[in-house]
Design a binder for this molecule. Structure first.
Ligand SMILES: Nc1ncnc2c1ncn2[C@@H]1O[C@H](COP(=O)(O)OP(=O)(O)OP(=O)(O)O)[C@@H](O)[C@H]1O
Length: 701
């Protein structure tokens, strides 16, 4: 039986075909796969540069292009297109084996030749002043840049002609040149592009072996069932084609906790889900967890897309952190009540009145959460000696003693009422776990790690015995939208030497990323290890329109503008469920849903636990956008009085640092909402624009 590889481009083409044609593709491939002499189904192509490319008939008007090496029965489905397009595509293409990575690569030789000739005519800049004049030939060769591409690269004086022929160049060679132009060193690129071929000597003529070495572009199917499964979900490419770095981190083995960081849409969640499957398939008990129940639900959906084996799935527990804590505490102590925000404030006020202290409930609640609970301080002496990281107002020993007594009284009252907060549930669960030697999991995988409070980290640490592949942590501190800052080292999680950054966004266009990064420009973002995080090297290879910013006089006008925009998207063929509308506040998001409905556009406000539906435009808070993505996103209410949300920014008088953190969190929330857009981003406000936007506008001037 033929060994069948499916190229990523093939599945991308398949999505664009009509359903009946898609079915014909499947049946043609099945016949081909099951034939004893598969090659009899293949037709030789005339006028091709590479005669290893053959065609296969799908129906009267559609052809598949197959890579068929001279010998053996390894076949790869490369493209599926209307008859003439398929032939034209094949005529210009040439296959080769990348000398550095050993991967199979494909190029449009004709386009590269033409571009080289044109550039040679246009380039007047002397050789020493050109873009890659500082890079010797041997370095380009080490990066797998072959002669044809080198000739082109040597003519470049800026990056634009390179970007213009991106689609025609072998992908890895483009990435290497782009990386060099962006200032990465040869060493950095070698690491990043996974040029390791496991020490194997690379034979440029061994196409079959090169195909096997290219799992980021070509996947092999084992039989009809796998083929069906692949063809039924061609949109979920991440299931089978991972970037080499993604694959390396998801399937690696680590001597202790490992961390994956990266900007929005770089596939961190994808990596987390692959990792969960990988560890469970090896027999481990796995916890795949995150911050909220909605995010856990979407992790569950992704996992089900990736894995159907019930035995493997059974070994993976997908739950948000608080629900694990709740289960452990309930099992030991029985049911308990959770203290809601308003009740907590009342309780603080009561204690303040009784004790007659001058601190208000906001300050004390913060001090309790960010210092006492965060550092697990259990005595006055510990509190007196503690470093109050993240707190701005200085406190002397007398003040600390006074505050400690207030906090102790607050905690006592909590205990007397049999009530808990989410944080104390986690702390109690950690204590229960620390008393037992048997831990519930072998591996814990954490998504959206940036939003977890230290008490939750201690719980996660306690859920799994320290050792190989114990914790796998995925997050992006630029997307921190809750009030939690942590240094992993302080909570006993050491990732040094086991941290990887993903750099390519698979979601968002370069234009949307650039604009959104502007939102955070100049902000110092604290990473999970006590240092500063950076977005260096983070990029997207996709392009689209620049985000549109629109201000109106009144809210009614703004909602009218929104309705018109959404209608334009729908008229252009975007499905209602592919559009997302985000506001900082719930009530404005609700109003937007009503305005859309009144204009005859099916819409629905998405509250916390509701899922998306295909036939309605969802409106939601910016926080609810986390974990989602849409072709088109409208961010509304980006006005002076809505963003930052005045109720969420504590006063500078209460605590200067808390105030600064609140402002940064609001910026990050806007950043998260904007980076949910895959193709188009529209931002609007009424009245004066948010200071966040005016800053952007003045920075651009
Ligand atoms: N290797 C891949 N091939 C194709 N698509 C991919 C790949 N990796 C990720 N994606 C797609 O990119 C999008 C973003 O992926 P994912 O949600 O995992 O990113 P993320 O880094 O967790 O994003 P964020 O931090 O913004 O939540 C998804 O649509 C996902 O399917």
């Amino acid at each position: 039986m033929a060994r069948l590889g499916i190229h990523r481009d093939f599945l991308e083409d398949l999505i664009d075909l009509e359903r009946p044609v898609q079915r014909k593709v499947l049946s043609a491939i099945r016949k081909f796969e099951q034939a004893t002499h598969a090659s009899i189904h293949l037709e030789k192509l005339a006028n091709v540069r590479d005669d290893r490319l053959k065609s296969i008939r799908i129906d009267r008007s559609v052809r598949g292009i197959v890579l068929a090496p001279e010998s053996g029965d390894h076949f790869t489905l490369m493209k599926v297109l209307p008859h003439d397009d398929a032939y034209a595509w094949a005529a210009r293409r040439q296959l080769s084996v990348n000398a550095a990575s050993g991967h199979i690569e494909i190029r449009d030789s004709v386009a590269i030749e033409t571009a080289t000739e044109e550039l040679a005519k246009a380039t007047t800049v002397p050789v020493p002043e050109r873009l890659f004049s500082h890079v010797p030939d041997e370095d380009l060769i080490r990066l797998g840049i072959d002669e044809q591409v080198r000739t082109f690269a040597r003519l470049l004086t800026d990056i634009a002609p390179l970007e213009a022929i991106k689609g025609y160049l072998p992908g890895t060679q483009y990435d290497a040149l782009y990386g060099l132009a962006a200032g990465l060193s040869v060493q950095e690129l070698i690491r990043e592009l996974d040029f390791r071929a496991d020490g194997e000597t690379i034979d440029p003529d061994d196409i079959a072996r090169a195909v096997e070495r290219t799992p980021s572009r070509i996947t092999f199917v084992e039989g009809p069932e796998e083929l069906m499964d692949l063809f039924e979900k061609p949109f979920a490419l991440w299931r089978v084609y991972l970037h080499p770095t993604q694959r390396q981190v998801a399937y690696g083995s680590y001597s202790g906790p490992a961390q994956v960081t990266g900007g929005p849409g770089t596939g961190k969640t994808v990596v987390a889900v692959h990792r969960a499957r990988h560890l469970a398939a090896q027999g481990g008990r796995v916890l795949l967890t995150t911050f909220t129940s909605t995010l856990a639900e979407s992790l569950r959906d992704s996992l089900r897309l990736l894995e159907s084996d019930a035995e493997v799935l059974e070994r993976i527990d997908v739950r948000h952190v608080d629900s694990i804590a709740a289960r452990i505490v309930r099992d030991r102590h029985g049911p308990y009540a959770i203290l809601r925000d308003a009740e907590e404030q009342h309780q603080w006020r009561r204690v303040i009145r009784r004790r007659g202290v001058q601190y208000n409930e906001t300050f004390l609640a913060e001090e309790w959460r960010q210092v006492v609970l965060a550092q697990d301080l259990r005595s006055l002496d510990n509190y007196l000696a503690a470093r109050r990281r993240g707190r701005g107002r200085r406190l002397g020993p007398l003040q600390r003693t006074q505050i400690w007594h207030v906090i102790s009284e607050f905690e006592r009252e909590l205990g007397d009422r049999g009530a808990r907060t989410y944080e104390t549930v986690c702390a109690d669960a950690t204590r229960i776990l620390s008393e037992q030697s048997d831990k519930p999991y072998d591996h814990v995988i954490v998504d959206e790690a940036q939003d977890l409070h230290p008490v939750r980290w201690r719980l996660l640490r306690a859920l799994v015995p320290p050792g190989r592949n114990d914790l796998f942590i995925v997050g992006d501190t630029h997307q921190r939208i809750y009030d939690n800052r942590v240094s992993l080292q302080v909570v006993g999680v050491h990732v040094a030497g086991r941290s990887t950054r993903l750099k390519i966004s698979y979601r968002t266009t370069s234009e949307i990323l650039k604009w959104s990064r502007g939102v955070l420009a100049g902000e110092e973002i604290q990473d999970l290890d006590g240092g500063t995080d950076s977005l260096r090297g983070f990029r997207s290879d996709m392009h689209g329109p620049t985000p549109e910013l629109v201000g109106t006089a009144t809210k009614t006008d703004e909602l009218r503008t929104l309705t018109a925009k959404v209608r334009t998207w729908l008229n252009a063929g975007v499905e209602p469920g592919e559009i997302g509308v985000a506001a900082r506040s719930g009530p404005l998001a609700q109003e937007a849903a009503r305005a859309l409905e009144q204009a005859g556009i099916p819409a629905r406000h998405l509250s916390r636990n509701q899922g998306l539906v295909e036939d309605r435009v969802p409106t939601m808070t910016m926080h609810r956008m986390k974990g989602l993505e849409f072709r088109c996103v409208a961010v509304i209410g980006a006005g002076e009085h809505q963003l930052p949300d005045p109720r969420s920014v504590r006063s500078v008088e209460d605590d200067e640092l808390t105030h600064a953190h609140d402002l940064q969190r609001e910026l990050c929330t806007l950043y998260v909402a904007c980076t949910r857009a895959r193709e188009v981003l529209h931002i609007s406000w009424h009245g004066d624009p948010s200071p966040f936007l005016s800053d952007l506008a003045s920075a651009r001037r």
